[in-house]
Design a protein around this ligand. Sequence first.
Ligand code: HEC
Length: 131
Amino acid sequence: MKKQLLSAACLCFLMAACGNKTEETATSSETQTPAMAKADQEVMPVTSQAPAGSGKALFERSCAMCHRDMGMGTGLLARRVDVAKLEDRSDLNADYIIQAARIGIGNMPVITRGEVSDEELQAIADYLTSE
Ligand code: HEC
């Protein structure tokens, strides 16, 4: 009886030791992965949501650095159009915006499909022509 208890305790100790060991290796090898996995999870829904509803977010990601207040696009467009900020324009149509992005216009560089997919560009064009 006593012996049995002892071996049970031994077993417990062994299991605990084993458990600890795997836990240790797991945590040390996972110091990066949980964070990265979490980041993946956070990134995934954003990319799959983007074409549906967030033309504005996509514009902010890919166009705003040039097409908001201090941007080069705004600066250069101010020379030839009355309303320089794309978001304030009411005379743009989606095809024109898409062509400008894919072919490049004047000093604006071509926006590739790697940077902005067709769906994303459509969402941006919809956003810019929606107001
Ligand atoms: C690197 C800076 C830069 C980025 C990024 C950029 N643009 Fe431009 N864009 C410009 C510049 C500069 C012009 C003015 C071209 C010219 O007339 O010389 C311009 C012009 C345009 C025009 C033409 C407007 C008109 O009245 O003719 C459209 C449309 C446009 N951009 C859309 C976009 C969209 C949509 C995006 C994001 C997908 C984008 N641009 C990203 C710099 C940029």
